[in-house]
Design a binder for this molecule. Structure first.
Ligand SMILES: [Zn+2]
Ligand SMILES: [Zn+2]
Length: 210
């Protein structure tokens, strides 16, 4: 079976307790953001599309800022601020719109990555690697493993079993971490997994695009 670029990226994104689907989506978004920032300085159509959608949502604006590029930010936000000043001076605030251009793009990317992940599950070497490393977050677990019954395959059932087992182990680490906070067990050494578990679970159980 031919391995597509997305499937190869997913295999490379299998690390400890991080979601490979989230990692690949974020990398892809950052590439998109790089293009938007680069193009926006000279591309008036892109700038007006950006203004039409009333800027970027907080999550995507933060991601964009983390990529950097002061010139592109100055141009994009300069245009947006000019529009704002006009509407404020006229006492006509624009009603806020839901989502942003990158929310739309992210949904498309997510569909593609989920499909690629389902294809990966048909490859025994990928499943073996996933047993060792990586843990799909709650949002992506729902999309892959809790699909309507008719869409469930042997691969997704196997994936579900592996993932539940990993979450059980993570729960054990969290419970052990809490137990060892009790003064009666305070002399027991905390394992590396326990020390990491409380931070890992935050990303895994956070609501995407909430
Ligand atoms: Zn995820
Ligand atoms: Zn957005």
């Amino acid at each position: 079976m031919r391995v597509t670029a997305l499937q190869a990226e997913l295999a490379d994104a299998l690390h400890k307790h991080t979601c490979p689907v989230c990692t690949v989506i974020e990398n892809s978004l950052k590439t998109q953001i790089g293009h938007i920032l680069y193009e926006s300085v000279n591309d008036g159509i892109l700038r007006s599309r950006y203004i039409e959608k009333d800027g970027f949502c907080h999550r995507h604006a933060s991601l964009m800022r983390s990529v950097g590029d002061p010139l592109a930010h100055a141009v994009l936000y300069g245009h947006l601020l000019k529009m704002r000043l006009t509407s404020w001076q006229k006492q006509r605030p624009k009603p806020a719109k839901e989502g942003c251009l990158l929310c739309v793009r992210e949904a498309e990317i997510e569909n593609n990555v989920i499909e690629a992940f389902k294809q990966c599950l048909k490859r025994p070497e990928f499943v073996k690697a996933y047993r060792q490393n990586g843990l799909v977050c709650q949002a992506h677990f729902h999309l892959i493993a809790l699909a309507p019954t008719r869409q469930r395959t042997d691969e997704t059932l196997q994936f579900k079993a592996i993932t539940l087992d990993k979450y059980q182990r993570l729960l054990h680490h969290l419970e052990e971490l809490a137990r060892k906070h009790d003064y009666r067990f305070a002399d027991e050494e905390r394992t590396t997994e326990e020390r990491r578990a409380w931070q890992e679970i935050v990303d895994l159980l956070s609501k995407k695009r909430a």
